[in-house]
Design a protein. Structure first.
Ligand code: NAP
Length: 490
């Protein structure tokens, strides 16, 4: 594959993925007058997670003023927590407002990329055989883009339809059907209440109960919308207040995780008010510290589980049969449709793309013990590769958009450096190691290390996904690249 010679002149920047990260960086490049970039998007249209996750009830659990770009404010969100169609429309609006459509090449899944040291260029090939060259390669694929299908014996035997929440089959009418749902994470707690009213029976297979709190959601009044349109600073004020509120929660995640015990007490009182059936309440009571897995918010999840046509099954799943799901006690739970709310292969990051750096080093090999990157962005041995929302930059307490907006200027500064006579920049190994030791040390004292399994860790138990501090502290770290951290090859 390496001998394909690209016919086009090399690009300055090639971005992989047209979701929030890739589009946000593209908007920033445009604003700086940089036109020599292209976004490769594996799907037929842009939108990332907000294109993929179109399941009923999908919404963002971060308020929309905070979950939107500070440099592309929207003053007319219909609700505090906008539903997926509105967020997806916002993404398309960003593309239109910044004329990005011609810069996006859809149906272009990157198969491999290798760093041609002699030319100081990334050579990129897509699965359809097209090839590209670029001085810098930016991964903007996110952490949650590949559905995780559980390895349960017998799934191929199931006679009915089955699909993953991120690949929702809108063509399948669930009305009057017996539906089995596996998983009780952030996705399931949104789609379960949305489908309960139409199904005949819903069996929810729960391996670990979640902490689900009340969602402070409401529609914005016409008066509020008019005020924000008249005085856009009011939207900024609301965003700022929401930021401070969310950031303050970080204290309980990684400064004083003991505080979560107090919060658990108030959760248990809330659960008692929500679920009157003692047996169901016992099933829904988590036995691990609050915050260790993502804290969820919903006003209709617990009420949905109390409906007569819903059964919560906490018995382990043994196998899937032709007609349903069989649990460890030998019972077969009949189902016409099986829905996987089982999450994503979050710790795989850029896999299955083959990324080869200096000396042919393969990224998945460099990361065999778990992904890590300097500031979540740069990886030793992979010069001029920049990762957005990379290792250890996910959050449990605030908006990822804020993290992305910390990463954009950092990457732009690195790109500027490449225009100043530097052929490539490669983060130094000792610097990367020291950074990661610090990150891992902080995580050891966080609530994520207090005894639970979560997608924040890889199979070996290494925390590859979360940032272990305040987002303003990450912003300080990423404000200016420290060039002494890099080998600058001229
Ligand atoms: P998830 O949080 O990883 O939840 C997956 C669920 O499937 C868990 O309950 C898990 O149980 C269960 N599961 C996985 N494999 C299983 C198996 N073999 N047998 C039985 N149960 C199994 O996935 P998600 O709900 O899709 O959410 C992933 C992340 O996406 C969230 O944490 C969040 O960051 C993001 N998200 C955000 C929003 C939002 O509103 N912003 C909405 C949806 C998703 P265990 O807990 O026991 O592993």
């Amino acid at each position: 594959m390496h001998n394909k010679t690209p016919h086009q002149p090399p690009l300055q920047v090639l971005i992989i993925g047209a979701g929030f990260a890739g589009l946000g960086l593209a908007m920033r490049l445009r604003q700086q007058g940089q036109e020599h970039f292209l976004i490769l998007e594996k799907a037929g249209e842009p939108g990332g997670t907000w294109r993929d996750n179109s399941y009923p009830g999908a919404a963002c659990d971060v308020p929309s003023h905070l979950y939107s770009f500070s440099f592309e404010p929207k003053t007319d969100w219909s609700r505090r927590y906008a539903p997926q169609p509105e967020i997806f429309a916002y993404v398309r609006q960003c593309i239109d407002n910044h004329g990005l459509q011609p810069k996006i090449r859809c149906n272009s899944e990157v198969a491999e990329a290798w760093f041609d040291e002699e030319a100081a260029l990334w050579r990129v090939t897509t699965t359809d055989g097209a090839s590209f060259s670029a001085r810098a390669l930016v991964s903007a694929c996110g952490q949650l883009n590949r559905p995780l299908y559980p390895h349960i014996p017998g799934v191929e035997r199931f006679a009915g339809a089955s699909f993953h929440s991120a690949r929702w089959r809108h063509d399948i009418d669930l009305t009057g059907k017996r539906v089995a749902v596996i998983g009780t994470g952030a996705s399931a707690i949104q789609f379960v209440p949305a489908i309960v009213p139409k199904v005949k029976q819903l069996t929810l297979f729960q391996r670990t109960p979640a902490y689900v709190l009340a969602k402070p959601d409401r529609a914005y009044s016409r008066f509020e919308l008019a005020l924000m349109q008249r005085w856009p600073w009011m939207q900024k004020l609301d965003r700022g207040l929401q930021y401070l509120y969310h950031e303050a929660r970080g204290v309980a995640f990684f400064v004083l995780p003991g505080l979560m015990k107090l919060m658990r007490g108030s959760f248990l009182r809330y659960l008692a008010r929500q679920v009157s059936d003692a047996g169901l309440r016992a099933k829904l009571t988590p036995d691990y510290p609050m915050g260790c897995k993502r804290i969820l918010i919903s006003n209709d999840y617990y009420p949905a589980l109390a409906q007569p046509q819903v059964a919560v099954v906490s018995e382990a799943i043994r196998e899937v049969s032709e007609h349903g799901v069989i649990t460890a006690d030998g019972r077969e739970h009949a189902a016409d449709v099986l829905i996987y709310g089982t999450g994503f292969t979050a710790s795989d990051f850029l896999a299955p793309m083959q990324i080869r750096g200096l000396g042919g080093l393969e990224l998945n090999q460099a990361w065999k013990d778990g992904a890590e990157a300097y500031k979540g962005i740069s990886v030793n041995g992979f010069p001029n590769l920049f990762i957005l929302y990379g290792p250890n930059t996910n959050l449990g307490h605030n908006s990822i958009i804020y993290m992305l907006e910390s990463q954009f200027p950092y990457v732009l500064a690195c790109l500027d450096k490449l225009e100043q006579g530097v052929r490539y920049l490669d983060v130094r190994k000792p610097v990367q190691d020291a950074w990661n030791q610090r990150v891992q040390h902080a995580i050891e004292h966080s609530v994520w290390e207090q005894g639970c399994n979560s997608w924040y860790k890889n199979a070996a138990g290494k925390h590859t996904n979360n940032w272990s501090g305040f987002t303003f502290s990450y912003r300080r770290h990423t404000r200016h690249p420290d060039w002494s951290a890099y080998d600058l090859v001229r």
